[in-house]
Design a protein around this ligand. Sequence first.
Ligand code: NI
Length: 156
Amino acid sequence: MAMRNVVLEGDPILRKVCRPVDEITPRILTLLDDMAETMYYENRGIGIAAPQVGVLRRVFVVDVGDEHGKLEFINPEITYTEGSQIYCEGCLSVPGKNADVERPAKIRVKALNRNGEEFELEAEGLLAVCICHENDHLNGILFTDKAVDGKIIVEE
Ligand code: NI
């Protein structure tokens, strides 16, 4: 495993739409491992998407510190949403900024795991927030785009 550099806001890579993974190669597995290592290393990282390490593939990893532990998503698709919640978000690619963002309260997501098996997961609370945030990265969307009332808090 190796750390990867985190792409920061302002880099056009973060605005691209990522391509699906068509084959889970050793390279994709290394990417997943490296993304997790990078996420755990970075302060308070609870999720990371492939474009944040410069790879335009539909892959993300989350670990919000709940009973699920680390979750890996390949070609994820949010298939159901319900309700709404507001959470103050941050992002490894947008250091020093936070904003309240409105997300679904509950979601269902399906994806492939690293063995190429499809799985489906229901999530609520912070895990739902995190999955929606990471999924947005795959479509070139940053949390700051969705700040409630456009209000972004900048740390001094
Ligand atoms: Ni992010």
